[in-house]
Design a protein around this ligand. Sequence first.
Ligand SMILES: Nc1ncnc2c1ncn2[C@@H]1O[C@H](COP(=O)(O)OP(=O)(O)OP(=O)(O)O)[C@@H](O)[C@H]1O
Length: 354
Amino acid sequence: MSTLQMNKKEIITAATPLLQLESVHKYYSIKKGLFSKTIGHIKAVDGVDLTVFPGETVGLVGESGCGKSTLGRSIVKLEEVSTGKVLFEGKDLAPLPLGQMRGIRRDLQMIFQDPYSSLNPRKRVVDLMTEPLKVLRGMTDGEALQQASWLMEIVGLPLSSLGKYPHEFSGGQRQRIGIARAVALKPKLIVCDEPVSALDVSIQAQILNLLKDLQQEFNLTYLFIGHGLGSVKYMSDRIAVMYLGKIVEFASAKALFQHPKHPYTKALLDAYPVPNPHLRNKERILLQGDVPSPAAPPTGCRFHTRCPLANHKCKEEEPVLTNNGSEQNHHYACHYPLISNPIVRTREEGALYV
Ligand SMILES: Nc1ncnc2c1ncn2[C@@H]1O[C@H](COP(=O)(O)OP(=O)(O)OP(=O)(O)O)[C@@H](O)[C@H]1O
C-alpha cells in the first residue's frame, strides 16, 4: 500500500517513533540550612515512558503540579533530566551537553503558556523572528526578513506587526507570534505547554485551529500539554494521563474518553462539564482534596489516597503501566481497572463502585 492510500492512524503505527522517553526522572533537590544541605527531593517526573510517532499529536493531561510542564521542558532540554533516556529520532538527548544541542534545537521547539514571558519585551517582533532564523538556519538578513513576513501572514498577523514590541499586542496575538517563532525553524516536534490556558475562551478555538492547520501544512508532531480536557481531546490522537509524576493511562483519545480504565482518568472526565445534566454519568468519581506533595508521594498506587476504589493492595503495591494483554494500545496502571461498559462501570474485582 502506498503512503497516500494509508490513513493517518496507519501511517502513525507503521512509523518509527520520533520521540521515545524511557524511564525519565526529574527530581529537584530540597535544600535547607546555612550549608544548603539536601534534605529531600521533589519528584516532579518519576519514571515516565512515552512514545510519540511522526505526524501525531499526543496530549498530556493531569491536575496542576503533576509534572506535565517539567516533562515538556525536559524533552526540549530546558531542564536536564535526572535519569532516563530522551530518544529523539533514536538519539539520546539526555547526556548531550547544551553546546551540542544546536543542530537539534531547531528540530525541537516549545510554545509556552504565557507568550508574554517567553518574548523578550525589549525586542521588536522583527528581531524576535529573524534572529533564530539567522543563527539556527544560517539565513541572510534579507532571507530572514522575507521568511518572517511570510510567517506573519501564515499565523494571521498583519505585516506591520514586525515593527512592534510584544506589549503592543493582545494575548491571542502574542501567542500567534510565539507560534510563528516555533514553526519558523521548521521543527519536527513542538511541545505545546498549555498554549491556550491564558487566553480568552473566544480566542482559544482560533489558536487551536491555527495549530491544527500548521500541523498539516508543515507536517508537525505535537506533544500537547493541557489541564483542560476539552482542548486536549480536540487536538490529540492519543492521550497520556499524568498523576504525581507518572503516566497512569495512555490510549487513543477515543478509547480514553469512551472507556477510561483508570479511576483518575474517569474522575478527570467526570469533572468535565456536560451541557445536558441528564446525560451526566450517575456513577461519577469525584476528586476530593489536593494532589499529595511530590516530595513524599503515597506508597503503592499514588492515587490510592484519593481513589474511592482503593484497598490494601493499592496502598502496598505499585501498579505498572500495562495493556494487561487485552487492548494493545490501551495502557493503564491500576490494580482494579474499570470495566469497559458504558452503562454499568464496575471494578474488575469486587463490588460496584458508588
Ligand atoms: N524549578 C523547580 N524547582 C523546584 N520544584 C519545581 C520546579 N519546577 C517545578 N517544580 C515542582 O515540580 C512539580 C511539578 O511541576 P510542574 O510545573 O511540572 O507541574 P504541571 O503539571 O505542569 O502544573 P501546571 O499545570 O500548574 O503547570 C510541582 O510540585 C512543582 O512545584
